[in-house]
Design a protein around this ligand. Structure first.
Ligand code: ADP
Ligand code: MG
Length: 287
């Protein structure tokens, strides 16, 4: 027997140990790797390397799958599948810089603004996927769903727990701000969440409405001003000015009046006088 051919008893022990260590992928490829060693195609260290790499790839895949489900990112969109040439107003390098994820480590807020169909949700999900791959916890929901869950929690007397749950992820993605108007009491609940996350966790917000319209969106200019105060403090604003990817084959059919002028989106409303909404005593970490 050659030096590098393991004794059957040793091979059997390695098998049992891989089972005991719960390393199914290494177990699966063990025979193949051993044959490669026997044929002199790879060295012993390379064999160990191959077994560990196979197992790690399997585990990473499982971790990412579970984390993507927990994040509720829905249909997975990636930066690779985003056609930047369709949105020339969008600076590709700026998006790729965001994908480095420093904004998560710095607890910043990224605003993706633009008319419907310009890829805001796609980019938000794609950045969420990058964050999951890098090992960050992510949670994705529409503003309507977040606000509905906060209102339900308040009715049921567990608002504090719900806010704590929504502070759990290191990146919270709030999609579709502005599609449906929010009542001022719901705006106030959202303010409590934003206040709890302020300087503690990163957010990505997508909206088809300009900051100047947030008074309308949140049903109260005072709530809107207090929200913007927190959400624009450590913020990156990405403005997409282009046409809808959904309607790209039918652009001739869309009347001019439906094309949203996007230059106005980043205007901030004048500061209103009045007290910001009070963070209720039940809001944890209110500052
Ligand atoms: P928004 O959130 O701005 O309304 P979405 O991100 O939902 O728009 O985009 C609408 C659809 O078009 C999605 O299926 C998305 O994947 C796709 N899409 C949008 N922009 C692009 C793009 N530049 N490249 C590839 N697919 C895109
Ligand atoms: Mg969207």
């Amino acid at each position: 027997m050659r030096d590098d051919a393991p004794a059957p008893a040793t091979l059997e022990r390695v098998r049992r140990n891989l089972v005991g260590l719960r390393m199914p992928r290494a177990l699966e490829v063990l025979d193949h790797v051993v044959r490669q060693v026997e044929r002199g195609e790879i060295g012993t260290l390379e064999a160990v390397d191959a077994l560990l790499a196979e197992e790690l790839t399997l585990r990473e895949g499982r971790r990412i799958k579970a984390a993507l489900q927990m994040a509720r990112l829905g249909v997975v969109k990636t930066l690779a599948s985003f056609d930047f040439s369709f949105q020339p107003s969008l600076d590709r390098n700026r998006i790729l810089a965001l994908a480095e994820l420093d904004f998560i480590r710095r607890h910043e807020v990224v605003h993706l603004l633009g008319p419907p169909g310009t890829g805001k949700s796609h980019l938000a999900v794609a950045l969420g996927v990058e964050a999951v791959r890098a090992g960050h916890s992510v949670y994705f929901a529409s503003l309507a769903d977040i606000v509905a869950s906060l209102a339900r929690a308040e009715r049921e007397g567990n608002l504090r727990e719900r806010i704590r749950f929504l502070c759990w992820a290191s990146l919270l993605i709030v999609d579709e701000i502005g599609y449906l108007p929010i009542t001022s009491s719901n705006g106030n609940l959202f303010f409590q969440l934003v206040n709890a996350r302020y300087e503690r966790g990163a957010m990505i917000l997508t909206s088809n409405r300009g900051f100047a319209e947030w008074g309308e969106v949140f049903g109260d200019p005072v709530v809107a001003t207090a929200l913007l105060d927190r959400l624009l403090h450590h913020a990156v604003v990405v403005q997409i000015e282009g046409s809808s990817y959904r309607l790209r084959q039918h652009v001739d059919l869309v009347p001019d009046t439906m094309r949203v002028p996007s230059a106005a989106l980043t205007q901030v409303p004048p500061r209103r006088r009045g007290r910001p909404p009070k963070a209720r005593p039940s809001a944890p970490n209110a500052t």
